[in-house]
Design a protein around this ligand. Sequence first.
Ligand SMILES: Nc1ncnc2c1ncn2[C@@H]1O[C@H](COP(=O)(O)OP(=O)(O)OP(=O)(O)O)[C@@H](O)[C@H]1O
Ligand SMILES: [Mg+2]
Length: 245
Amino acid sequence: MGDLAIEVTGLRKSFGDLAVLKGVDFAVKSGSVTALLGVNGAGKTTLVSILTTVLPPDSGTAVVAGFDVVREPAKARQAFAVTGQHVTIDAVLTGLENLALIARLRHVPKPKQVAAALIGQFGLTEAAGKPAGTYSGGMKRRLDIAMSLIGEPEIIFLDEPTTGLDPAGRRDVWAFIGELAHHGTTIVLTTQYMEEAAALADTIALLHQGVIAAQGDQAAILKSAGDAPDLEAAFFALTETEAAS
Ligand SMILES: Nc1ncnc2c1ncn2[C@@H]1O[C@H](COP(=O)(O)OP(=O)(O)OP(=O)(O)O)[C@@H](O)[C@H]1O
Ligand SMILES: [Mg+2]
């Protein structure tokens, strides 16, 4: 894989009459943490779905880990894992069984050991043997993220990884994301929390009205919002100015 883990050019996607992505250009450097910001309905999940081969784009190109997601989806899929906005665990299986199942599906050696290690790492040891359907929202979210780490993918997509978590749970997830980034995993996360983007991301991309309205490090984003004092102010400034035009 080259310098860029993800390269998106002129990506368009409509649902019927609703044009959601209107020519998205977007690049993610290998080993970086990129936060994709945007108001509700901006198209963040749509973009992530295209990048993870769940949805086909109408036009434009998206290359993930060197593979075009339309022409070589199977190869692209081997390079990434995704934790969706909506939890995807099996409610009948225990936490441990959920993890071991994914480990087997991904042909990871010693699936049971891998599952047990992740259960411990994500603070789910006491609940390991209980059906995941009985977990709290925060526990389900942690299990879901643990599942995405199996097989050590080079790129991880996290769609609102901390939505619905209490402050302690959020801090735990931040620590895991920081650790992954430290090991060189490329991370793309969407979030509604500006402090999350500020804490984790080295690159921020703002999706607004169907295009990437701003992309860069935090300082660049503040500058492009007319020297906004913080990311939250920048977010409001950029989403308001654009809306007025
Ligand atoms: N399968 C679909 N069919 C029709 N419309 C859709 C579909 N998926 C998404 N949309 C619409 O596309 C727009 C973008 O949705 P999307 O879920 O990508 O936004 P988002 O930025 O992830 O929002 P949120 O912050 O609420 O998660 C919304 O108006 C949504 O209603
Ligand atoms: Mg979404």
